[in-house]
Design a protein around this ligand. Structure first.
Ligand SMILES: [Zn+2]
Ligand SMILES: [Zn+2]
Length: 281
């Protein structure tokens, strides 16, 4: 059965590979359709479409929007929207600006904690793409302050950590509306990330559904079997679509492969048509 991957990052956000490289990995993994879902940016899509056409992989317009729900950062994936929509572009430009304001402040906080790094180190690490916390983590690894990206997040960069800087983010309901207004399908990314489960997660998803949410990312690179079945059941109960993807980033998450996650991920192409139908064209 053909496999798909609806959650992938490239150098346009915090991934370490160009869109064409990601598509090559997908081709090797037997992926027939994919979505590049860079954070708050759609600039990788044309390159992906070009590369996809040469190897015969369908490229679905995708994005991962950062938002906040009930005080916690929440990611909303969008699919099959009009990625050239001017209103969406204006909104994304504003989002990127808030991201750019934040990163130098994180570096400042790290400097105050006695860690020597400059913002230039971080931009060099990002290699011209949009800068994210994984790049800062990468510099901390390079400089020997931590042993891994994970340690950098655990010790300094994660929400609540000593170098964490709160970002100006839209409410998740607003992010959902952005995708809907551009004709797309909004989906709650990696539900475990919300640190909610059971009744609490159900209430959150119902609230977001009232605001226009259409799906849940049921299949994910690091979900346990138990998590997958919980989200599957929740999607059925709330009549939400199901999606799945690896959340490939390349170097920042070296154990995650395109189309295969840690090896046991398989997202069936059967999920694609319902998603396509749900989009407004
Ligand atoms: Zn995410
Ligand atoms: Zn992601």
């Amino acid at each position: 059965m053909p496999r798909i991957d609806l959650h992938l990052h490239t150098t346009y956000s915090d991934g370490s590979h160009f869109p064409a490289e990601v598509i090559q990995f997908a081709h090797e993994a037997g992926v027939t359709a994919l979505a590049i879902t860079d954070h708050d940016i759609v600039k990788g899509i044309p390159e992906a479409m070009e590369a996809g056409a040469t190897v015969g992989i369908e490229i679905i317009p995708g994005i991962e929007l950062s938002s906040r729900f009930d005080g916690r950062e929440t990611h909303i994936l969008g699919y099959f929207f009009d990625w050239q929509d001017p209103t969406l572009h204006t909104r994304l430009t504003h989002q990127q600006a808030s991201r750019h304001e934040r990163n130098p402040r994180i570096v400042e906080k790290l400097n105050h904690l006695g860690l020597e790094l400059s913002y230039e180190d971080v931009t060099a690490k990002a290699g011209g793409g949009s800068i994210g916390r994984p790049h800062i983590a990468g510099v901390l690894v390079d400089k020997g302050y931590v042993n891994s990206t994970k340690e950098a997040f655990d010790r300094y960069l994660a929400e609540g950590g000593p170098a964490y800087v709160l970002r100006e983010l839209p409410d998740s309901r607003e992010a959902i509306a952005w995708i809907r207004e551009a004709g797309g399908v909004p989906v709650l990314a990696h539900p475990h990330w919300t640190r909610r489960k059971g009744q609490e997660l159900e209430v959150m998803c119902s609230t977001l559904k009232e605001a226009g949410l259409m799906g849940i990312e049921v299949f994910y690179g690091t979900h346990t079997k138990r998590q997958t079945s919980e989200y599957l059941e929740l999607a059925r109960k709330l009549d939400l679509l199901m999606t799945g993807g690896s959340d490939f980033h390349g170097a920042a998450k070296p154990d995650i492969q395109v189309g295969r996650g840690r090896g046991d991920l398989k997202v069936t192409d059967k999920l694609l048509e319902p998603l396509r139908k749900a989009a407004r064209h």
